[in-house]
Design a protein around this ligand. Structure first.
Ligand code: TMP
Length: 408
């Protein structure tokens, strides 16, 4: 019995896949903290009314976005380029000037806003995780360490006026009070303003079996259909969408006050694509669970057979996504020697739930294993290119998205 009602339309929810007891995806921990590790129930559910895919339970946001938040956006060069390209496009298309006003919700270390700051365009970053926000503040990017709630929305309007652009990347899917959020956006947006957000797209998750996009932080995985339905409730309109390759497949949504812009054809095209794909249809969604469970069996037996052959297997990149994979697959931690990662705050800690040691990337470079599981599969091309030497040394990649396989 699912107690939670749809966070947007309050209808009953149905279970798609129960991913069991999970720790927080980003809660890399020290040995002394094993005993008090926090777990919650990760259940992916679907609203048959507004088609919104969401988690049944989400831990308290204060447990996830705090002064020790482990994710720094600017660690990826590809992402830096991605944001610069889009900031330039927004400046051009929306004719942004120095006295325009750009808000970013979840501005992290300022990776996007730095592009506006460099052009002296008024901006404000909203970032609740103090450690990443302080990196942005050091770079002189205007940032408030806060959650975006109605109190802050009022304060922003009173002190800065209305926004030409409200932007957000990989953040809106984190915010459980989605209706309140859209209400605040409506309140903070200029008449001809644009609210643009991009998030991992459930269409890709479904096609690629990338169930690891579900972890505590991602309370929603949006679709064009569900975003359109939410907008409607608040006098907003989904006017355009644009598919992105980031984070294993994302969608960028362009939202405006109703009637203020012409609608682009791409919106209806994607609505039809989603109908055909079956992601608005509960029966078809159940196939998703079957595919994941097949991968679970294959993944664990592959690792077991490699261990029996005396092969060294490690994980590559201690992603939050890998937490969902290892805990749902219930993989024996003895089958993975360590996980290599480049983020200093994670090094020498242990992976959430399965307690696999995280070692610095330099160790991987000096001691190539026989096999590396590509946990950062969303950066596959960049990583495989970068790790030519690993392959030349006889190393092989293990993939599990969309299916478990050893890369030829
Ligand atoms: P995320 O998928 O949860 O955003 O985490 C990405 C993690 O992957 C981050 O800790 C850095 C790590 N990483 C590497 O170690 N090597 C790489 O080449 C890339 C792209 C990421």
């Amino acid at each position: 019995m699912i107690k939670q009602k749809c966070r947007s339309c309050k209808s009953k929810l149905k279970e798609i896949i129960n991913l069991g007891k999970q720790p927080l995806g980003n809660a890399f921990l020290k040995k002394k903290d094993f005993e008090k590790e926090y777990f919650y129930k990760l259940n992916v559910v679907f609203c048959n009314n507004c088609k919104l895919i969401q988690l049944e339970n989400q831990p308290d946001p204060k447990k996830m976005f705090h002064k020790n938040y482990a994710f720094f956006s600017s660690t990826s060069n590809n992402m830096k380029l991605h944001f610069k390209k889009f900031a330039d496009l927004l400046i051009k298309k929306q004719n942004l000037k120095k006295d325009s006003f750009v808000i970013e919700i979840g501005s992290n270390d300022g990776i996007m806003l730095s592009n506006f700051k460099n052009k002296k365009i008024n901006h404000l970053g909203i970032e609740p995780s103090a450690n990443v926000a302080k990196v942005a503040i050091k770079k002189k990017i205007n940032t408030t360490i806060n959650f975006y709630d109605s109190k802050l929305a009022i304060k922003i309007k009173n002190t800065h006026g209305l926004a030409d652009i409200i932007y957000s990347a990989n953040v809106i899917c984190h915010i459980p009070k989605v209706d309140q959020l859209f209400k605040n956006i409506k309140y903070n947006l200029k008449k001809k303003g644009l609210f643009v957000f991009e998030d991992p797209y459930f269409g890709d998750v479904f096609k690629k079996n990338s169930f690891d996009q579900f972890y505590d932080e991602h309370v929603f995985l949006f679709t064009v259909t569900s975003v359109k339905n939410i907008c409607k409730k608040f006098g907003l309109e989904l006017i355009n969408v644009s598919k992105q390759n980031t984070h294993g497949g994302s969608m960028r949504y362009f939202i405006a006050h109703k009637g203020s812009y012409d609608l682009k054809k791409k919106v209806s095209t994607y609505l039809n694509v989603e109908k055909k794909l079956g992601i608005n249809n509960f029966k078809k969604l159940k196939q998703f669970k079957k595919n994941i469970d097949q991968n679970k069996q294959k993944f664990n037996s592959l690792l077991m057979s490699l261990k029996n052959k005396g092969k060294h297997v490690v994980g590559y990149a201690a992603t939050s996504k890998s937490t969902t994979v290892l805990n749902y697959f219930n993989t024996d931690p003895n089958l993975i020697k360590y996980i290599s990662d480049t983020t200093p705050i994670k090094i020498n800690k242990f992976s959430p739930g399965k307690h696999i040691k995280i070692l610095d990337y330099s160790f991987f470079k000096k001691n190539y294993p026989d096999y590396a599981i590509l946990f950062a599969w969303n950066h596959q091309n960049e990583i495989i290119k970068k790790e030519k030497k690993f392959k030349e040394n006889g190393g092989r990649w293990i993939l599990f998205i969309p299916k478990v396989k050893i890369l030829k």
